[in-house]
Design a protein around this ligand. Sequence first.
Ligand code: GLN
Length: 450
Amino acid sequence: QAFVDSIEASNDTLNAYVVKTPEKALEMAAASDKRIAAGEAGLLEGAPIGVKDLYCTKGVRTTACSNILGEFTPTYESTVTQQLWDAGAVMLGKLNMDEFAMGSSNETSRFGPPANPWRRNGSNQNLTPGGSSGGSAAAVSADLCLAATASDTGGSIRQPASFTGTVGIKPTYGRASRYGMVAFASSLDQAGPIAKTVEDSAILLEAMCGHDAKDSTSLPEPVPEWRNAVRRGVQGMKIGIPKEYRVDNMPEDIEALWSQGIDWLKEQGAEIVDVSLPHTKYALPAYYIVAPAEASSNLARYDGMRYGTRVSGDNLISTYEGTRSEGFGAEVQRRLMIGTYVLSSGYYDAYYLRAQKVRKKILNDFVEAFGSCDALLTPTCPSAAFAYGEKADPVQMYLNDIFTVTANLAGLPGISVPAALDKQGLPLGLQVIGKALDETTCFRVAGALE
Ligand code: GLN
């Protein structure tokens, strides 16, 4: 009830929820009360959770914040959300996001952007909570839910967490099922939570992960009790500092944050080692080829025939054209054009195939680096939260993903943990990248930085 009331009071200003489900929440909470009384409480019993609008939720409108999905109301539940409800969690509603999760500022949502609850010292200007999981991050940060589901294709869990002083983890590719998640780029997409603390994020992630026969890329791996790793410390651990992440024109505040993180880990008994990830400079170009290519294939299904919006024309082709021109926003259309271009015959070898080769080299860099360390420490983003409209040039927007896309390209786990405030009073996150399937180490290091 307290969360339902807070949403009622603040959502008009924050625009974090695009669908509110107060009745469902109170009904689920009442069922939780009964299970608690019967001594049958699940891991998340009674925990009020917000759901990013790209998870299909049975009977609750799901549009990935795109016009093309109209009033689409799924007849089935995504595996990840089903697992949360099975663990006793309570659903508060659906959270704002960039259209089809394409963006770093949540400005491409059909419902308009959510506001970051944080502001620069002495300023009233609204800032973006980041993207694409901006609604999830804003809602957690403003106490409009205890935690939220999010998704990360190139940083969409970690960057919004960094911008809002919250914790976000993207697990190893294949840890969480993608069944029932609206697809963006299938070889990069991963589910994960945004939460208030490292421990909360570990508990949530435990409930979200596990093998699912409905997703052919889901890994048949047991889910460890990650919550027990959080306070285990970093004594004797080797933490790698990748020198290529020291990019040109890195803001002083980000430099200071990184040094601070290094000092904290040293003080707690970790050894710091320099490592090199030489292909880092090719990560953004490779990501912005692979992700649009996969998106152009995934989004081909939105043709106005089966569900969502239809703009009828005189014939089939004009109906497709009308539907897709009106249904998709400008950023999605840009990605679809890039994606179809890089996949077209004659260009496939020059772009898509080459990007896949670069991707392999990026993975090899990580494998090599992990030969001499247990995890890597980097800033999550090259900046704090920025204002709406501040990055109107798409390339400037894409550059904000510089430290996050590598983990997706390599399929590795990455966590962002709030670590400092910049000179303007805005939160900044540190990122810990781990070996494949070694979220445990990510949680240990993140726990030490918290
Ligand atoms: N900002 C990146 C993009 O626009 C990542 C988005 C995401 O992780 N969903 O593609």
